[in-house]
Design a protein around this ligand. Structure first.
Ligand code: NAP
Length: 293
């Protein structure tokens, strides 16, 4: 059984990205620029933002973190985004989700310029991914999972892929990544799925992104499955676990991601990949090979 280590794969990718940035700086070009905007003081979001910012800085990306108070109005947030939309030194803008409930998330996502939409959530980028028309931005978690599967030579062609969870951030774009060029037969399950294990048992590759510990147990998977556990759940004990009963499911798996150390680091490194991708396009360079699926 293979443990898919996002920690190790992301480390290798970061080294390559750092070398690439060093080469741009040696040519006299500016650093890539990333703005991360956080509204409010949700502790988990604060940790994610800090991690993203530090990792970006470590490889040579100029990362600006804007922290706005919980009572920031929608207009104030829109104006902040517009300022960075016009900033020539900024290649990517990320607004950490979830936003406080008085702010319309859809409007905020649409305010970010599509060519600075480093998270790939703008409908223009989602549409490009869905249709294959033009060059879009792949959302970070699906891109990270894709890069990890490629790293471990896990072929998806013709496979039965089951994605559990249908969010705009993970489940839906993940299904589009697997469906691109008719690579795989994709089933998407969600909270109204009648018989979840009927579907999960068919999976050659199972991606779970729900946010419920132990949602997937060993009796729900077939022998030889590849399991990608996206879930992050903090138990009362403080332990972080995914959505999959790792200890028992791993016995039946060909490969499985741990939590932590699996999908999480790949999501963060994909943010850096997307930042560099946007930087390259802005400078008239070819798209970043890691940002292509
Ligand atoms: P989300 O927006 O809450 O979406 C969860 C999805 O699962 C929704 O489609 C939901 O349906 C569906 N669902 C709920 N109960 C279900 C059930 N019993 N069976 C099947 N589907 C069910 O969450 P998200 O943003 O996609 O994140 C999912 C999990 O991944 C969370 O634990 C999050 O922390 C984690 N995450 C990890 C990373 C990483 O880098 N590792 C990145 C992003 C997210 P409804 O919307 O209809 O309720």
């Amino acid at each position: 059984m293979l443990i898919l280590s996002g920690k190790e794969v992301s480390k290798k990718i970061k080294e390559e990205l750092k070398k690439e940035i060093d080469s741009y700086l040696a040519q006299g070009l500016r650093k890539p620029g990333l703005t991360v905007i956080l509204v409010g003081n949700d502790p988990a979001s604060q940790i994610y933002v800090r991690r993203k910012r530090e990792t970006a800085e470590n490889i040579g990306i100029n990362s600006i973190c804007v922290t706005l108070p919980q009572n920031t109005t929608e207009e104030e947030l829109v104006e902040t985004i517009k300022r960075f939309n016009e900033d020539e030194n900024i290649d990517g803008i990320l607004v950490q989700l979830p936003l406080p409930s008085h702010i319309n998330t859809h409007r905020i996502i649409e305010t970010i310029r599509p060519d600075k939409d480093v998270d790939g959530f703008h409908p223009e980028n989602v549409g490009r991914l869905a249709t294959g028309i033009g060059r879009g931005i792949i959302p970070c978690t699906p891109l990270g999972i894709w890069l990890m599967l490629k790293h471990y030579d896990i072929d998806v062609f013709g496979k039965d892929v089951v994605v559990v969870g249908a969010s705009n951030i993970v489940g839906k774009p993940m299904s589009l990544v697997f469906l691109k060029d008719e690579r795989a037969t994709v089933t998407v399950c969600h909270k109204n799925t009648k018989d979840l294990s009927f579907h999960t048992k068919k999976a050659d590759i199972l991606v779970v992104a729900v946010g419920k510990p132990n949602l997937i147990t060993a009796d729900m998977v077939k022998e030889g499955v590849v399991v990608i556990d996206v879930g992050i759940n903090r138990l009362e004990s403080g332990k972080i676990v995914g959505d999959v009963d790792f200890e028992n499911v791993k016995e039946k798996s060909y490969a499985i991601t741990p939590v932590p150390g699996g999908v999480g680091p790949m999501t963060v490194v994909s943010l850096l990949v997307n930042t560099l991708h946007l930087y390259r396009l802005r400078h008239g360079f070819p798209p970043h090979p890691f940002a292509q699926i």
